[in-house]
Design a protein around this ligand. Structure first.
Ligand code: GDP
Ligand code: MN
Length: 394
């Protein structure tokens, strides 16, 4: 789960990381009021969306007067901001964060990620942080600092100081930078985050270390024990297809293709995506219905898949152990009738109660295409999808 920058900064502050003062605003009037609350004569108006790279898209504006704050706020609010991380549909800006502006001497990149191969948290840092970090890491990979944290002891003060030294910071800044690094790591491990990114962490002209931007992602599987984190969730920033499925306990991930998939088990679901690709199609989603799926659950899976307007055909692939093929078939029949479906549906059933399941489908009189093996099912769904496309076009 992702959270907004202002929420991330609030958390970082609790862990001893210095952040600029600021306030949240929902309207241009409020933005001006927030600016007036903060002393100084320069403010930054920042669009709060679950995406980085806002600066290049106009979502971060430095303002030198209340009029400018008002204009920037009016421009951002209600806008779908398109960054290179949001996809072409963009993300709706409905909250702003207004901060006191910081005079920057240096922008540093500081990231904490899970390295799955090493099974460790890795700290990634660069003395040349800011908006061009992608180019720096592509063109000058050797300039990137990496430091692996031993989970048995956690981030050690000497290790944090070592990173600070490698960044080439002046001696008076080392302790502050180390404190920031320690704070980020403590947040990550205490709050079950799987990613913390501070880009940029800046050295201010006044000689302080400040987290100017912050992005934090939390482990969904640990949210049950972090109610103070789950309440930060902003569903309006999430893929509505994924939210619908997640709210119903379905494991769903939206993809780019046209062939919807309803499968049991994550492994079989992955294999199904591969087989669709090999047959010349493109899957629209990953969906695992889980074990012991009731007909209602199958019906909900159809709804989840069909929430994606790109879906033009559906493949149901069940290898039933705990599941029952007759329940799955019943769910398919209900879905076709209740949702009034007329797109091609291919069903491959195998395992527990398979004969009952196939019989149910055959006797339903519905135009559901049956298949015996996964390879056959993948071929049939891609062929049926192409035929349907051809008919539509002619
Ligand atoms: P992002 O583009 O979504 O990553 O948004 P950031 O919060 O990182 O802001 C983008 C860039 O705007 C930063 O890299 C800074 O160069 C600049 N910026 C942001 N806040 C300030 C500020 O208070 N003062 C100055 N001078 N620049 C800022
Ligand atoms: Mn940033």
């Amino acid at each position: 789960m992702d959270i907004h920058e202002y929420q991330a900064k609030e958390l970082l502050k609790r862990f001893g990381v210095q952040v600029p003062r600021g306030g949240i605003a929902y309207s241009p009037e409020q933005a001006v009021y927030r600016a007036s609350e903060l002393s100084g004569d320069k403010w930054v108006v920042k669009a709060q969306i679950h995406s980085g790279a806002r600066g290049k898209a106009g979502g971060v504006r430095i303002c030198a007067s209340e009029e400018e704050v008002c204009d920037a706020a009016a421009w951002m609010l209600g806008r779908k901001l398109v960054t290179h991380q949001t996809g072409p549909q963009g993300k709706l800006v409905s909250r702003l964060y207004v901060e006191e502006a910081t005079a920057i001497a240096q922008e540093i990149y500081l990231g904490f990620v899970m390295d799955r191969k090493l099974e460790r948290v890795v700290v990634v840092a660069s003395a040349q942080g800011g908006m061009e970090i992608e180019e720096i890491s592509a063109n000058e990979p050797d300039s990137i600092i990496r430091s692996v944290v031993d989970p048995a002891v956690g981030m050690q003060a000497f290790q944090a100081r070592e990173i600070a030294f490698s960044l080439g910071l002046e001696p008076p800044l080392i302790a502050q930078a180390a404190k920031t690094i320690m704070g980020c790591y403590a947040l990550m491990s205490d709050m079950d985050a799987n990613m913390v990114e501070v880009n940029p962490m800046v050295v201010t002209r006044a000689g302080e270390i400040v987290a100017l931007d912050a992005k934090i992602s939390f482990d969904d599987n640990a949210l049950y024990r972090r109610p103070e984190i789950s309440e930060l969730r902003d569903k309006s920033q999430e893929d509505p297809r994924e939210t619908f499925a997640e709210d119903r306990g379905l494991s769903y991930i939206g993809l780019e293709g046209e062939i919807g998939c309803i499968v049991n088990g994550a492994g079989l679901a992955m294999a199904t995506l591969d087989m669709i690709k090999m047959a010349g199609g493109d899957p629209a989603n990953f969906l695992d219905v889980g074990g012991g799926a009731s007909p209602e659950r199958v019906l909900m899976s159809f709804q989840a898949v069909l929430n994606d307007p790109k879906v033009e055909a559906i493949l149901v692939n069940i290898f039933a152990g705990i599941n029952r093929c007759d329940w799955i078939a019943e769910g398919v029949v209900r879905a076709v009738r209740e949702l009034d479906l007329d797109l091609p549906i291919v069903v491959r059933l195998s395992g527990t109660n398979v004969d009952e399941g196939r019989k149910l489908l055959a006797e339903s009189g519905l135009a559901v295409i049956a298949a015996d093996t996964l390879a056959e099912a993948a071929d049939k769904v891609v062929t049926a999808w192409k035929d349907a496309r051809y008919k539509e076009a002619s």
